[in-house]
Design a protein around this ligand. Sequence first.
Ligand SMILES: Cc1cc2nc3c(=O)[nH]c(=O)nc-3n(C[C@H](O)[C@H](O)[C@H](O)COP(=O)(O)OP(=O)(O)OC[C@H]3O[C@@H](n4cnc5c(N)ncnc54)[C@H](O)[C@@H]3O)c2cc1C
Length: 390
Amino acid sequence: MNNMRTDVLIVGQGICGTFLSWWLEQAGVSFIVIDEPRPFTASKAAAGLINPVTGRRIVTTWMIDELLPFAGEAYRQMGETLGMSCMTPTSLVDFFPTAQMRLAFLKRYEEDPSYLQLPADEHAWDDVFRYELGYGVISPCYLVNLPALLSVSRKRMLERGVLLEERFDREDLIVEGGLQLDGQGKRSTVGTSGMKEGRVRYRDISAGQVVFCDGIESFTNPYFSRLPFAPNKGEALVVEIPELSQAGKEDTGNGDARGRAGAVFKKGISLAPWKEGLYWVGASYEWAFDHGEPTEAFRKRTEALLQEWLKVPVRTVEHIASVRPATLERRPFVGFHPLHPAVGILNGMGTKGCSLAPYFAHQLVQSITKGIPIRPDADVRRFSGILSRN
Ligand SMILES: Cc1cc2nc3c(=O)[nH]c(=O)nc-3n(C[C@H](O)[C@H](O)[C@H](O)COP(=O)(O)OP(=O)(O)OC[C@H]3O[C@@H](n4cnc5c(N)ncnc54)[C@H](O)[C@@H]3O)c2cc1C
């Protein structure tokens, strides 16, 4: 590409960059995405589950009543364009790991049954799983087909000539009045000659704005490194369970005929349908780690758990790991830098990229095209103080 002009330059094509480019396209705004192909990123390692309730007290997750219908419609529309099903409804069969968890589920069900069901037949899964304390059902949940969504979107971007498959090198980014790093990583402000105010230049590309959707790489971005990120490592196994994947479309015993093969299961760890008839098992949730690679310890621990839990044969096919771009206050980082309005971010989705990315990418596009404010608890300008310090 030589001397290209575009409205928005997007760094990263995980779930955030994919949705940002999608909403920009819908709004008729031009963009170029730069994404370096990597075997495992957070979006490539994720199960793709949207679970409306979480935690020991089975609380409804933040904004879920607004996020779920929005995500449903966004994935439906995207699926129509990509010619695939991006998101499917499912049920999560929640085997109680302890008596306390069983009590917590029943208590929550009595107080507020939304998203919860009790099974009609407690023995419905006896042939496949060992469980002594029964189970509850969380429904509806959703499974986003991330592997296909990311690769089909990528192919479409390549065909339309809007994706560069290469590493984005921050040192080649020039922003009017923006920051630059010297050799020691010190920040300084640069002036720019002949650039229109608020414009951005990256090698041969000139853009109105740049938006970083680069996951954990934003932690070291001089514009945004002061944000309270909290990297969290997750590992998962991809396994083959022929007797479960061939279980067919029988009733699960809950009046829910979505099919045994399509359900998600949980007993401490989660077991979710993955691509090509395989299952995804995970994940770890680690605040302290030396590297983002798969570890022997996780594989052994998880294989032992599976042997205890499953009555049918299971075989590990792949072991994956990545780092979640999580944040200390568990809220995303969305919007433009208070001092550098041409530099934006869409990040910090933590454990919930599948439900948060469609909604907050849309908010960012509404703010770019119509000046509509981003929700204050997600807008990165809530950190104006620390972002504006020298
Ligand atoms: C094991 C695991 C399980 C998970 N399960 C779920 C789940 O079931 N449901 C859910 O909602 N969420 C889940 N998550 C969280 C979810 O994966 C994240 O919230 C989400 O993927 C973050 O997406 P992102 O686009 O911000 O970042 P990423 O997916 O990391 O995307 C960043 C992209 O930027 C590119 N990039 C970075 N730097 C550069 C550069 N310098 N040049 C070029 N390209 C660059 C990378 O190659 C990558 O493609 C899970 C995460 C993990 C690790």
